[in-house]
Design a protein around this ligand. Sequence first.
Ligand code: PLP
Length: 389
Amino acid sequence: MNFTETKTLYDNHVLPTYARYDVCFARGEGSYLFDDTGKKYLDFSSGIGVNSIGHAHPKWVAAVAAQAGTLTHTSNLYYTEPGGLLAQKLCELSGLNAVFFANSGAEANEGLIKAARKYSADKYDNNRHIVITLNRSFHGRTHTTLAATGQESFHKHFLPLTPGFVHVDPNDLGALEAQGGDVCAVLLEAVQGEGGVYPLDKDYVQAVAKLCAERDWLLLFDEVQTGIARCGTWFGYQQHGVLPDGISFAKGVAGGFPLGGFILGEKAKGVFAPGLHGATFGGTPLGCAAALAALDILSGVIEDVPRKGKLLRDGIEAFGSPKVHGTRGLGLMIGIAVEGDPKAYVKELLAHGLVCLYAGSDAVRLLPPLTVSGAEIAEGLSILREVLG
Ligand SMILES: *Cc1c(COP(=O)(O)O)cnc(C)c1O
């Protein structure tokens, strides 16, 4: 099929919920994508942080193929070895205690919010149900995670949303302290991703952790985008020196396979009894084998993530361009604050062979594969210079 034929299929049969670029990708290899004409692109988007190990990594392909030919799915009524091993690994990496496997980021956050409400109901008789999130946050597209998302633009048209959410400004401790006795949890992104790649202040996060401990509010982190080595540590909160009561994960965890979930710490790990939560596709042996392979590959590159992130940001800032106001982020989660409309730059970069994203109102966002090489970073910088320099 040529591009027009493929596009026509989408135009006729797919809901137009995305403004797609006029590119049809046919295959990927490492940090590169190839479109249906064979044109090569450097991928600094990783499918929005999903392809954390690049495309078609041979070790990952072998692990997925082997598991696909052995056992793909059993339902959660039985035990499988990959599920046990992945849960153990995620507990070890997070310092938390027990995992629930789901499929997507929104579903992971839904579960985390259910855990907070249940924790509170058990202890305080349903009198504390408010979950505080931050303005500019993004937590997903289901009705509950939309309610959690602190951006009005996502809410309109879909009211009423799930009640029980309050939004306060990031890095404003006073706004949190002013909340009343009906709060059960605070949900944060260590770096606000969709909102524009804004890291939270370390002092603020530490003060929030202290406040949560004092008031018995659960401290929750949405690690869907920041987690799984993206920021240079396994999870974003680990750079703030705090230990949350629960976290969600998804995007990069299985190297391109859809998998998500949440992990609860000591305080809340006991809230769910059999029958209180579930997901048919959650934690399939195929998804878990994909994640185990991805985590194994990532453990070999995580140490280099901060250095690679710095290389990119220093390179961009060295353009000394009036189009670039600065960079922000953590590790290989990078926002370039640009003059004018970031969407226009992203389109131009794509035409120049660099796939990247925008975020918030002013940022071109880079989420390269964490396996990206120094030579590929240099290549990316030279394309960025053509457009932003
Ligand atoms: C992408 C994202 C989500 C939603 O994940 P889906 O898999 O699209 O449901 C939630 N939270 C954050 C921080 C995200 O970046």
